[in-house]
Design a protein around this ligand. Structure first.
Ligand code: ADP
Ligand code: ASP
Ligand code: MG
Length: 410
């Protein structure tokens, strides 16, 4: 008998029929003798709709109220899932984030989980009850509802699995595993049976939204056995049909490059002719950090005149307006601030890069062969990322997938 946290994403609970399909899977797991906690997302499209309502009122809004609005989608699914389970004779009840509670910090809109109280859940699970928990939401120390950032239900599920010391966390979605690239863009993409936590974390943070990055971070830190699988086929998680996210040592044949990730959620900001002197970077990036704006790729040119230089960096598209506002307030001395949201980031990821050279070179050559201009480059031990014009992103991903022979690996 295992304790399993199963999470169903938006498309897997998109309507009542799909919620019933998901409930059937939960029923099968309980019939196999497992204890099950179900974490649900909002029905697909609902979170976007709720965000749209907030934006219709104002472009820059109170994130506490944003959280009150956007967390509501998951509440609906949780209640419906509990009803669908009850209809199947499964003892089930829904729990809202504050009822458990899922305690988070006060960073509204992208809060981090600080702790989850599990005593009552354990007691109910022991009594044979299935707990249905809305993903994405928590409660702050100031007793306000918080949300965990887009895709945050993955993190709710993994954090709950860690807190409950569950045997496995199954992430049901609309693809049957993690692929070498987004299968919607690269039809030849290959499903991976296993991927290391480290690579999955890079893939996720670089745009492979199949798992939220924080969820992979937490599963790695707590050793949660994590599986990505489809809710649209006949399998259940206990058949282990999906991709398992595992420790590096568990992967026998390590490829140099495991996957290509891309993200359209990028915006580029350039400060023209900032002073080339100590402290300028801190002047720019401290207010960004204080405003909880994630800055990603950064380049600073060498000052041609020895006095001023250009500084370029990227932020998430959703943060662009706030980033510009923050820079304006910081009153940094520069000739001009330019921004461009017509950019995308493409990355190659692989643990094998630690011990192989030539990966970046192959990337640059493959992009050059397609006439794609590289605007910014950033690297880490296991990835190389480039910023390109957004319209070339699909072409770039396909070209790189082919260049590294990812479709053909046995
Ligand atoms: P859910 O609503 O279930 O949380 P998401 O839409 O957040 O699902 O994530 C699943 C999607 O992630 C897939 O439909 C797929 O298009 C996308 N995706 C991006 N990169 C990958 C990848 N490398 N492997 C699998 N899916 C990927
Ligand atoms: N509903 C939220 C979103 O769309 C959380 C999630 O589905 O993971 O981002
Ligand atoms: Mg998701």
């Amino acid at each position: 008998m295992a304790l399993i946290v199963t999470k169903f994403g938006g498309t897997s609970v998109a309507d009542v029929a799909r919620i019933e399909n998901a409930a059937d899977k939960v029923l099968r797991e309980t019939k196999a003798g497992h204890k099950v906690v179900v974490v649900v997302s909002a029905m697909s499209g609902m979170t976007n709709q709720l965000i749209g309502y907030c934006e219709a009122i104002s472009n820059i809004y109170d994130l506490r109220e944003y959280d009150a609005v956007v967390s509501s989608g998951e509440q609906i699914t949780a209640g419906l899932m509990a009803l669908a389970l009850q209809k199947r004779g499964v003892m089930a009840r829904s729990w809202l984030g504050w009822q458990i509670p899922f305690r988070t910090d006060n960073t509204h809109g992208r809060a981090r989980i600080e702790g989850i109280e599990t005593a009552e859940l354990h007691k109910r699970l022991d009594e044979g009850e299935v707990a249905v928990v809305p993903g994405f939401q928590g409660v702050t120390s100031r007793n306000r509802i918080s949300t965990l950032g887009r895709g945050g239900s993955d993190t709710s599920a993994v954090a709950l699995a860690a807190a409950l010391k569950a045997d496995r966390c199954d992430i049901y979605t609309d693809v049957n595993g993690v692929y070498t690239a987004d299968p919607r863009i690269v039809p030849q993409a290959r499903k991976l049976n296993k991927i290391s936590y480290e690579e999955m974390m890079e893939m996720a943070s670089l745009g492979a939204k199949v798992l939220q990055t924080r969820s992979v971070e937490i599963s790695m830190r707590h050793g949660v056995a994590l599986q990505v699988l489809s809710s649209f086929d006949d399998h259940i998680g206990s058949d282990l049909p999906g991709t398992l996210v595992v420790n590096e040592e568990e992967i026998m044949e390590q490829e140099v490059v495991s996957g290509i990730a891309h993200s359209r959620d990028e915006a580029k900001i350039t400060l023209l002719r900032v002073k080339d002197q100590p402290g300028v970077a801190a002047q720019v990036f401290t207010p960004m950090a204080e405003a909880a704006i994630n800055v990603d790729m950064i380049v600073q040119n060498i000052a041609a005149d020895g006095q001023t230089t250009d500084m370029t960096f990227t932020v998430g598209k959703a943060d662009l307006a706030r980033a510009l506002e923050t820079l304006e307030k910081a009153a940094i001395e520069c000739a001009e601030i330019r921004c461009d949201s017509n950019v995308a980031k493409v990355s190659v990821v692989g643990i094998g890069m630690k011990s192989h050279s030539g990966v970046a070179n192959k990337m640059f050559s493959a992009l050059a062969a397609k006439g794609i201009n590289i605007q910014v480059i950033s690297t880490s031990e296991i990835k190389v990322s480039v910023l390109i014009q957004e319209e070339y992103v699909e072409l770039a991903v396909r070209a790189l997938h082919a260049a590294y022979g990812l479709a053909d690996v046995a």
